[in-house]
Design a protein around this ligand. Structure first.
Ligand SMILES: O=P(O)(O)OC[C@H]1O[C@H](O)[C@H](O)[C@@H](O)[C@@H]1O
Length: 429
């Protein structure tokens, strides 16, 4: 992973090299704390040990029992689904279609179940707690659909869950293959673990190469942001947010990294949005959003950092020559050249408008590159959290809504549910 922070300096909000050099002293201290946390496998910090603690053999053993399925369905939500979705989209399916059920929209669930070859689908149901209502509800519906289709769901289901809870009990009761969610790894930091790696393994991807890429970034964590791409990114994001860049627009220039932007949004928002601070991740896609959000990024409030991500190598696909003079500049080139030209033009366009932007590049979007990117963003997030002094690895604010929903459904006596009834109403119809 390569991180170029040149365009983040001397823009607006203003961040200077001298400021970064002063901040680097705090980066050194933060790195020491992070390394101590890793050494102790402390909650959250343990995620940065996954290149060495993940067990690819256990993942392969768990999926090898499934006989070359046509589809895999991940049933989970948040970090229990987005890692798998990111890996599946970035690496491709190689003949295996990946679907995600990470919402409880009945129309969507109904349409998806109608389209799935249930007898040839592996269901990977993932929940650390084993209590998440959306995941359990969806799984019960998928299981019933398999029953109705005459499919033995117990032979099509892999469970990944915590040490106890409903899913652990279900796996024991029906003798389902079950993987353990790694201890001390919050869901949004679990893409390089049993939570998401089974999807990559089922598609025949090189899980070891994913972990090798992650390890390469782990090996580059250092006591200076100028020596570590991940820390350079985390420190620049933090320093710019402190100076007014309240929004970080994540803009991958690759369709296969669209889910990565959504994964990044959970990682960044759920880790750093604490105590009235944080940096709001916006999700965009290059080149498409040059015809959309770029107008705001370039000419709107000076409150943004734009992160541009691309592979240095990508397919080319030649553009045919044409007899239309106005299109002659396209003919003979390639889509890859066009996309790269637009990447560089957008980067320059943002710099010309004094909008700070960072370039992140991979050699290519393969297992190693994706491992580098995911680990690099996780390490950047951990550093940012250390510099901001927030509880990076908890998410108390998401619990309120869960209790309210459970109360509304009769799942317990929660005062949050009472508050739902007190809604101020002003209906305009
Ligand atoms: O894995 P689970 O226990 O089902 O949790 C799934 C997701 O829901 C929680 O509310 C958190 O917001 C996420 O960080 C987590 O990934």
């Amino acid at each position: 992973m390569y991180v170029d922070i040149g365009n983040a300096l001397d823009a607006e909000p203003r961040l200077t090299r001298a400021t970064l050099e002063r901040l680097d002293e705090r980066v050194a201290d933060a790195h020491d704390r992070i390394e101590r946390g890793r050494a102790d496998a402390a909650h959250g910090y343990a995620a940065l040990n996954l290149p060495d603690t993940a067990d690819p053999d256990a993942v392969r053993a768990a999926v090898d029992r499934f006989d070359d399925p046509a589809a895999v369905l991940t049933v989970g939500i948040g970090g229990s689904a987005l890692g798998a979705a990111t890996l599946a989209e970035a690496l491709g399916g190689d003949g295996l279609d990946h679907y995600v059920l990470d919402n409880v929209d009945p129309a969507h669930v109904d349409a998806l179940l109608d389209s799935l070859p249930l007898g040839d689908t592996v269901v990977h149901v993932v929940s650390r707690s084993g209590t998440t209502a959306e995941t359990l509800a969806n799984f019960l519906i998928v299981r019933e659909a398999m029953d109705r289709a005459g499919v033995d769901w117990t032979r099509r289901t892999l469970v990944t869950t915590g040490a106890d809870g409903n899913l652990r009990e279900l796996a024991a009761r029906h003798d389902l293959p079950a993987l353990d969610v790694p201890a001390g790894v919050p869901g949004r930091f679990s893409a390089l673990s049993t939570v998401a790696l089974p999807v990559a393994a089922l598609a025949g991807h090189d899980v070891d190469a994913l972990l090798d890429g992650a390890r390469a970034e782990a090996d580059r964590l250092a006591g200076s942001l100028f020596d570590s791409p991940a820390y350079a990114y985390g420190a620049v994001c933090y320093a710019l947010e402190r100076r007014g860049a309240a929004i970080n627009a994540m803009v991958p220039y690759a369709e296969s990294l669209e889910y990565f932007a959504e994964w990044f949004a959970q990682l960044w928002a759920e880790s750093l949005g604490k105590d009235a601070v944080g940096q709001t991740p916006a999700r965009a896609l290059g080149a498409t959003d040059q015809h959309s959000q770029l107008q705001l990024y370039r000419a709107g409030p000076r409150d943004k950092l734009v992160t541009l991500v691309r592979p240095r190598e990508r397919p080319r696909i030649p553009i045919p020559e044409t007899d239309l003079d106005g299109l002659a500049y396209l003919g003979g080139g390639s889509l890859g050249d066009l996309l790269d030209a637009e990447f560089r033009a957008t980067e320059a366009s943002l710099a010309a408008a004094n909008c700070p932007n960072v370039r992140i590049e991979l050699d290519r979007i393969d297992e190693r590159g994706v491992g580098e990117l995911l680990y690099g963003m996780e390490a950047a997030c951990v550093l940012y959290g250390e510099l901001a002094g927030v509880e990076t690895f908890t998410q108390p604010a998401v619990e309120w809504g869960k209790r309210a929903a459970r109360g509304l459904l009769g799942g317990g006596d929660f005062e949050e549910a009472d508050a739902v009834g007190e809604k101020r109403r002003l209906v305009v119809d």
